[in-house]
Write a protein that binds this ligand. Sequence first.
Ligand code: PLP
Length: 424
Amino acid sequence: MQHQFSITGERLSGHSGIVELMDDLGAALAGTGKTHMRMLGGGNPAHVPPVQKVWRERLQAIVDDTEHCDRMLANYDGPGGNPRFRESFAGALRDIYGWDVGPENIAVTNGGQTAFFFLFTLLAGEMADGRFRKVVLPLVPEYIGYSDQGVAEGIFQSFRPRIEQLDGHSFKYRIDFDALKVDENSAAICVSRPTNPTGNVLTDDEVSRLADLASEANIPLIIDNAYGEPFPGAVFEPIAPMWNRSMVMTFSLSKLGLPGTRTGIVLADEEIASRIRTMTGIVGLANNNIGQAIVEPMLRSGELLQLSREVIRPFYQKKAEAAHAMVAKHFADDFPYSVHRSEGAFFLWLWFPELPIATRELYTRLKNRGVLVVPGEYFFYGLEDADNDWPHRRQCIRVTFSQGEEVVEDGIRILADELRQLHA
Ligand code: PLP
């Protein structure tokens, strides 16, 4: 039978380069490919033994409490999430940051990814008055997972950053506030902090300027804390997170090591939180509640914060430092490369200013040698056509350092070797 699909159906299910890439990454993790792959792609959290032990103990405690276990497995929660979890999550934000939030400001979703689909669909696209509003990404490269989201096509308007050269082989992106434009056609401003793919952490000053711009335009500033504060806390720079009622924050249990529980959390004013709850009800009835049950008592006791600050953050910071050292070891000092300063998350963002081929081709060559990275091109979406000839967007790759040290070092060694050959 020849199926016929709607325009939206086609958009959300048709083949795309990035889906192909994700299939490669999935196959590598499942070990189903032909070649043994060093998995330096994807955003999978590391398996951190002391953290995994905590999750196993929490699951065991739930199973041992028959009544709790039966309630968790056999009852649907309301679409906004488990009431006790929402209260505890809001309570943790009050305790940690002093924010004036309650459960009415919280909506649980099936992962952060779903939260973004709902938020973008809610805010961007065609409005009742005929305008088409777009989500402003004040700094690309930005998280690849937003790029195909939203029911409407073309919902992003992105801006190139300023590139600040630091010492010899390192750089940092900064928002170019002179170029950034927010107007009546903007639906929201959105950033991930730390940023996937670069490990950039927007400064408090940048965030506060974005918050001002958003509130002047009467639109939300959305901050994606998937890797950030307070959980899992993979932020290596001291920051002071802020929230006010015109901001939307998203959190996730995934990077704590619980991606299988599909738990995202949206913090917003009552109206947006309530609409997200309704969207969950319409799309999926309710959320997976196992992640909420695992962490809820740890939110109340403060143990989740302690685990994030004392175990998870140092774990990734050490990994970041080790990965930087490997790059310095395997790339000759006179080789043209630069690495984004690691301020958080699980990635190195490498820039090869004299790369003679597209990063997509570099990706294929590396894949043939058993190393999976993510080509940088995909992270630069939503730019104006005029930015097509900006060479920088074809010169970067993302390397994940959350896997075992030998895997990462092997991958970086092969990467350096491949680039040496290419440049020769
Ligand atoms: N936001 C960012 C920046 C991410 O990197 C990810 C996953 O990699 C997500 C959101 C979504 O994660 P999840 O749906 O597992 O919460």
